[in-house]
Ligand binder design. Structure first.
Ligand code: FAD
Length: 401
């Protein structure tokens, strides 16, 4: 048995031992603040067991292992429905960026330890009403103010900003420069005067994304994590920091065995639905597709073990898995007829067809919208020419809005 397989087995044994206390069964019926509190306790237990900061440097309280052990742990953890979503972005991007770019190492070490144990949460303030896929189109201004900066403007879709203690933010510092060149990257205290967070209710009923307003928010120059005008490179580094994350060929929705059970239980044309040719064909198609995605993931893991970088084919994973999850969930809902109208907005996406379906569109946008992934596939895998970019080289304040 390989070292990684042994590591996964050990991680799985620990996860099993705590699943009763923190896993999906114990979360049923909790409201969001109770679930978050449970999540904080789970992170503390995970830290004490040596499974926090798996690939982070020991000097910051991490385990000093490789990215492979981290993905191996997350792959096992995903099976138990632990309350980790509140901390996913925080530990995934802002905290590693602070470790890499913040010069005040003592401050960072304290933040990292608190974030790993669930005591503090960081958010990522990139997107705005007119800047998402086109991140460099952002408008929130940072103007020099004495020895620091003053922030004014709005961010949008900021996950878990309502619980965040700190955030990383990209702001426009020079509107007369080309759009990628006039940006600067900072960290901000989310409790500072002038920061207002307003949760947005999504179609599925939850409110984990927010509008965040900045009105004359004063930050010290020591909060700057990039050269002035060099923020876009750090923003890209943030988005690329995780070369490969644990993926799920079910698109983080229900697995096929749940669909098989449903099709066995329900009747279609007087017979169990599982005997219907259309249902069998949908099952076979999804089975083949999910196995192909698993093969891409297995290949990426093998490449990482061999010290290589996985290729851009990883972008196929999210594109195909979330789309197929949406279609399969729709079919499951159709099969259930009017019974499908019973909608429990707190039911976990992994084992509920309704929440899986209603939340699928956000999955097709967050972390790279479908069309952007198609662009990546076209340009990086198929070698097709770049998208038409009429604003290339034009000063930001001369781009028609
Ligand atoms: C659940 C959720 C959580 C999120 N959390 C965060 C967060 O924590 N922090 C944060 O900063 N942001 C967050 N986002 C925002 C997310 O990054 C953006 O929604 C995403 O980048 C898309 O940007 P947009 O919403 O502005 O849509 P747009 O970029 O305006 O896209 C609209 C449509 O146009 C298409 N499109 C855009 N450009 C092109 C092109 N060049 N070619 C072809 N089609 C194109 C898109 O694919 C899409 O279908 C979150 C979003 C969601 C849904």
């Amino acid at each position: 048995m390989s070292d990684i397989a042994q590591y996964s087995d050990r991680a799985n044994a620990w996860l099993q031992s705590v699943a009763g206390e923190f896993g999906s069964v114990s979360r049923k019926g909790l409201n969001e603040s109770e679930d978050l509190a449970l999540g904080r306790r789970y992170l503390k237990a995970r830290f004490d067991a040596g499974y926090a900061g798996i690939n982070w440097p020991v000097e910051f309280g991490g385990q000093g292992m490789t990215h492979i052990e981290k993905v191996a742990f997350e792959t096992e953890e995903m099976k138990y429905g632990m309350p980790t979503s509140y901390f996913g972005i925080s530990l995934g991007m802002p905290v590693p960026i602070m470790m890499k770019f913040c010069q005040d190492k003592a401050f960072v070490r304290e933040r990292v330890l608190k974030a790993m144990q669930g005591e503090e949460i960081w958010c990522q303030l990139f997107s705005e009403p007119a800047a998402g896929s086109d991140l460099a189109g952002l408008r929130l201004r940072a103007e020099q103010d004495g020895n620091g900066w003053k922030l004014n403007g709005q961010k949008l879709w900021t996950s878990y900003a309502q619980y965040a203690d700190y955030g990383v933010i990209v702001a426009r510092t020079d509107p007369s420069a080309q759009k990628h060149k006039g940006l600067t990257y900072f960290w901000v205290d989310m409790k500072a005067p002038g920061v207002t967070v307003r949760p947005i209710k999504l179609a599925g009923g939850d409110s984990h994304v927010n509008e965040v307003f900045f009105d004359d928010v004063r930050i010290d120059d020591s909060h700057r994590l990039s050269p002035v005008g060099g923020g876009f490179a750090v923003a890209m580094a943030t988005l690329m920091i995780e070369r490969y994350v644990a993926t799920d060929s079910a698109g983080f929705g229900p697995h096929l065995d749940l669909f098989v059970s449903l099709a066995k239980d329900l009747r279609l044309g007087g017979k169990p639905a599982i005997q219907d040719g259309r249902i069998r064909s949908a099952l076979a198609r999804n089975y083949a597709m999910r196995n192909s995605l698993d093969a891409i993931t297995a290949r990426a893991m093998m490449m990482m073990r061999a010290g290589m970088d996985p290729g851009p084919e990883g972008s196929l994973n999210k594109l195909v898995s979330v789309r197929s999850r949406q279609k399969l969930s729709e079919l499951a809902i159709d099969l259930q007829g009017t019974d499908a109208l019973l909608f429990d907005e707190h039911a976990p996406t992994q084992d509920n067809w309704q929440t899986s379906w209603i939340n699928a569109p956000t999955g097709r946008i967050a972390g790279g919208a479908d069309e952007m992934l198609l662009n990546t596939i076209a340009e990086k895998i198929l070698g097709l020419p770049q998208d038409y970019r009429p604003d290339k080289g034009v000063p930001f304040n001369q781009i028609p809005s």
